[in-house]
Design a protein around this ligand. Structure first.
Ligand SMILES: Cc1ncc(COP(=O)(O)O)c(C=O)c1O
Length: 444
């Protein structure tokens, strides 16, 4: 009897049967597991040189410069700029587009809170767009929502996979809109041979701990446009360019701004450089595991799967499943967790999308309540934004997001899953799927 069939004949663990596994799955922190001597060597090089600042020092090692140039050659971009977070990169990009009061930025309702805060902090207004079966922005809803105030579109390559970026880029060209591509969760992804970040006028990435590679904190942006690049350079620093000696150089009147102080340190640059060189290995491991699981569970009645247009470009950190009802979704997730498909305490290994917090627009209190950092209510109260006075961000604004937040679940796919971990996950899905077949059919 195969392990799978043996499990099928057992009672569900949630009903008192024996679970498929009893040890937690590994924590979902893709790059962290791969930190080794290489990171140590490069970071130590910075410390030994006593030169943690990128622009000058006792013996600057050029780690951030190397990261930027290797990023461009690895992923096929013209300009790259290291920064200190993905959130900062979003803000810098929108500022470089010249977005501000009187403008709206179209953004999907499934994203991360940083996307909304970047828009609001420029003084512009977020305009919500629904998602489609790819769990990324729906190009059809985007076209419906474009209006006279639309200035830019912010798309988000969620959970390791790119959406319909090719179609969205075409829509942006047609309507003369700037496109910002948030690839924080999809470093190394591609769509039809083009890497994540190359569909946008600017693409941004994050190196925070949960991402496909990490330097703890850090981020990067890419663009093919030299003028945008120079604006970003000034904005991420103190508002101005730097000269060959690394000193501020305000002489070029085209690049005089208010900088946000988001330079990348050489320590982060060294970590990120070492991790970038491993990112293909990390994403291949996750993608292979995820697609093995996907293939094995795709015929289970009642379980739907996220649409992925280009599986070869998936980086694999998350498997999204969809259920006929919110109740079925909760029951299924509870049951596979009971079978041992869960991570260590504090991890988010196997959860319903209801537990996914500020990835959903209606879960962001500052957005729903139109909060401001300033006491007079900027940007919501700015006269140029009066057009958006009746915009609502409460649940109910986006039907597909609302439904998926209730009926979908996610399983993170760690970058170090063993074959037996993968077999256990498949066995748990099959065991629960088998027991749920009647229930799921009724719920359909
Ligand atoms: C989609 C998305 N955008 C932006 C960010 C912000 O990145 P950071 O945490 O580096 O500021 C994150 C992650 O945190 C993210 O998931």
């Amino acid at each position: 009897m195969t392990a799978d069939v043996r499990h099928l004949s057992n009672r569900l663990a949630i009903d008192g049967g024996t679970p498929v596994r009893s040890t937690p799955l590994p924590w979902e922190l893709p790059g962290a597991y791969y930190i080794d001597e290489e990171e140590k060597r490069l970071v130590n090089q910075v410390i030994d040189a006593r030169s943690p600042f990128r622009f000058y020092g006792l013996d600057a090692q050029g780690m951030v410069d190397r990261l930027e140039s290797e990023w461009c050659s690895t992923f096929g971009h013209k300009h790259a700029l290291g920064v200190n977070s993905g959130s900062a990169a979003l803000h810098i990009a929108l500022a470089a587009f010249g977005v501000g009061p009187g403008d709206e930025v179209l953004v999907p309702g499934y994203m991360w809170v940083s996307c909304m805060s970047a828009i609001v902090r420029t003084g512009a207004i977020p305009r919500l767009v629904d998602i489609d079966g790819s769990f990324c922005m729906d190009p059809v809803d985007l076209e419906r929502k474009i209006g006279p105030r639309s200035k830019a579109v912010l798309i988000v390559n969620m959970s390791g996979v790119m959406g319909r970026n090719d179609r969205i880029a075409e829509i942006c060209r047609k309507h003369n809109l700037r496109l910002l591509e948030d690839c924080a969760q999809a470093i190394g992804a591609s769509l039809k041979g083009r890497s994540a970040g190359s569909y946008g006028d600017i693409g941004i990435y994050s190196f925070q701990l949960n991402k496909n590679m990490t330097s703890g904190e850090g981020g990067l942006l890419v663009t093919e446009d030299e003028d945008l690049y120079k604006r970003c350079v000034a904005l991420h620093d103190l508002g101005y360019a730097r000269n060959a000696e690394g000193r501020l150089d305000p002489s070029d009147e085209r690049y005089q701004y208010w900088g946000i102080g988001s330079r990348m340190s050489e320590l982060s640059g060294a970590m990120a450089l070492a991790q970038m060189r491993k990112v293909r290995k990390i994403t291949t491991k996750m993608r292979d595991a995820k697609w093995k699981i996907r293939e094995a569970i795709k015929d289970i009645p009642g379980i739907g799967l996220r649409e992925v247009d280009d599986p070869a470009g998936d980086t694999g950190p998350v498997l999204i499943t969809v259920y006929p009802t919110a109740e079925a979704c909760q029951r299924f997730v509870d049951a596979i967790r009971a079978e041992g498909v869960r991570g260590p305490e504090g991890s988010l290994t196997c959860i319903t999308m209801r537990e996914w917090g500020m990835h959903w627009y209606f879960n962001i209190p500052s957005l729903v309540k139109k909060r401001s950092n300033a006491k007079e209510g900027f940007p919501w109260t700015h006269p140029a934004n009066a057009f958006a006075a009746d915009y609502s961000y409460a649940k109910g604004a986006l039907p597909v997001c609302d439904a998926m937040s209730e009926r979908a679940a996610l399983l993170t796919v760690a970058s170090v899953l063993s074959d037996s971990d993968i077999d256990d996950i498949i066995a748990a899905f099959r065991k629960v799927g088998n027991a749920f077949a009647t229930y799921m059919k009724a719920a359909e």
